[in-house]
Design a protein around this ligand. Sequence first.
Ligand code: NAP
Length: 515
Amino acid sequence: MISLQSYVQGRWVAGTGDPKTLHDPATEAVLGDVRPGGIDFAGVLAHARAVGGPALRALTFPQRGELLKALSAKIHEHRDELLEIATRNGGNTRGDGKFDLDGCTGTLAYYAQLASTLPPARHLVDGDGTQLGRTPRFWGQHVHTSRPGVAVHINAFNFPAWGMGEKMACALLAGVPVVEKAGTPSALLAHRLAQIVVDSKILPEGAFQFLAGSVSGLLDLTTAMDTVAFTGSAVTGALIRGNKNMVARNVRVTLEADSINSAVLGPDVESGSDTLEQFLANVTTDMTQKAGQKCTAVRRIFVPQAMLAEVAEALVERLRAVRVGNPADGDVRMGPVASAEQLKDVRAGMQKLQAVSDTVLGGPQAIADKGYFVTPTLLRAKDASAPVLHELEVFGPCATLVAYGGSVEEAIDLVNRGGGGLVASAYSDDRAFVESLVLGIAPWHGRIWLGSEKTHGQALGPGAVLPASIHGGPGRAGGGEELGGLRGLMPYLQRTAIQGDRAVVDRAFGKGQGG
Ligand code: NAP
C-alpha cells in the first residue's frame, strides 16, 4: 500500500484531502491511494519557468536529444519492474504493457535520433528565406524559438507510460519544462516512471515535475507562454478548452479526445484473401488489446452486406479464442478494464448500443465474481443510421458491425458520421475505391491506415501510434495534433517572421544556422 506523492519544486510532496484508492483491476485488491490536494500550483509553475526553462533553453536541440536518449535507456533498464506494475495496477497483459512502455521508450529514442540530425542551434529555421524588398537586400525568414513557459501535460489512464513519454519527448526537445499529471486509476505506473526520471538526475532541475493528484486550479494560473496538452475524454477536454483564464490569455491548448474509429472492408475483398485476413486480424487485436481501452481502437466495422455473415462468423471465432482473465497468468490474452467506474461505463455503453443492434457475441453481463472483467463484445447494427452508433464511444472491448451497400459514397458518409476521428482503416485492393474513400474521409481524420494484399504482414495495425506520423484528429477527436516528427514540437515553439537586412537575417537565422 503506497500513498502516491507529487514531485514539485525539487522534492516529493504528500497529497492532502480525501484519498482515491488504486486497485488491482483483476482482483480488486487495494494497492495504494492518491490524494487530490496539497500542491502549491503557483510555486510549481514558477519553478518550471524560473529554473527548468532557462536550463533547457541553454541547450541546443542535439544536446536536448541526448537527454531524451539517456531517459529512454534509463526507463528501459527498469522494463521488467514497470511491466509488472502495468499488470498489477493497469490490468495489462505483458503484451499490453509492452505496447505502452516500449511505446514510451521508443518515442523518446525516436526524438533523440531526430534531434541528432538537427544543427547545434537553439532555434529552428522554417522553410526558405524570401526577398521582401525591391532588392534581395531586404529579406524575410521564419524561425521557431522555444516559448519561455511551461508544458502542462494531462494524461488519460489508459497509457500511463506512452502518454507521458510522447508528450515529454516533444516538449523537452522544444526546450520547455514539463508538469506531468497522470490519470488516476493507473497512476502507480506513472508514479514509478516519475521516480525513475527524478532519481536518474538526467534532466536539469525544474525541467520535470509530476502531479499525482488533481489539477483543479492549476489551469487558472497558466499564462500566454504556457501550453496545455490534454489526452482524455471529450467531456473533460471541453472543460479545459473552456477554462476562462486560458481563453482570456490565449493559452495554447492541444486536445486529444475520444473517437469512434472505423474499419472499412472494401467491396472487392474476397473470402480467403490476405486482405480479408489482415482486416480480421487487425479488428480482433484492436478490440481486445488493452481490453479495448485504446483511443485508436476500432468501434465501427463497416462491411459490405454480402460479406457480413462471413465476417461476423470469422470474428466470433477469433474473439472466442481470446482467453480473458487475470493478466498475471501468462496464458491470458485479455485482462480486465482499468477500474470499477470503467466497468460501469462500459456496461452502460454496451446496453445503449444493444438497443439499436443484435448481439453477436458477449454483452454487458458479469463474467466473474471479482475483478473488472468484461467479455469481448461484437454487435451488429440493425440500422446503419442510428445516431448512437456514430456518437457513443464504449471504451472497452466492444465494436459494432455495420452493413453497407458497397458504394464508396455510402462508406464515406457513414465513416464521417463519427464527427471527426483519430484513425480510420480501409482494406481493399481496388485502387479507385481506396483513392475516393481517402479523399472523402481525410478532412475528418488525423490518420488513415490502408490495408491491402501487398502490405499484409508488413506493419503494425491502425491501433499503433508511431512518432513519425501525426496523432490527433478534428472535431470530436479534440482538434489536436501530436507527434509527426518535428511537427510535434510546434505547440511548444513560437514561429516568428524575421524581416530585415539579408546579411543580418540570413547569417543569424538562415538555413544552416538553425534546423
Ligand atoms: P478523463 O476522465 O477525461 O481524464 C483524463 C485526464 O484529465 C485525467 O488525468 C484526469 O484526472 C484529468 N481531469 C479530469 N477532470 C479534469 C478537469 N476538470 N480539469 C483538468 N483535468 C481533469 O479521461 P480518462 O477516463 O482518463 O481516459 C479515457 C478517455 O480518454 C477515453 O474517452 C479515450 O478515448 C480518451 N483517450 C484519448 C486519447 C487520444 O490520444 N485522443 C488517448 C487515450 C485516451 P483524474 O484521472 O485524476 O480524474
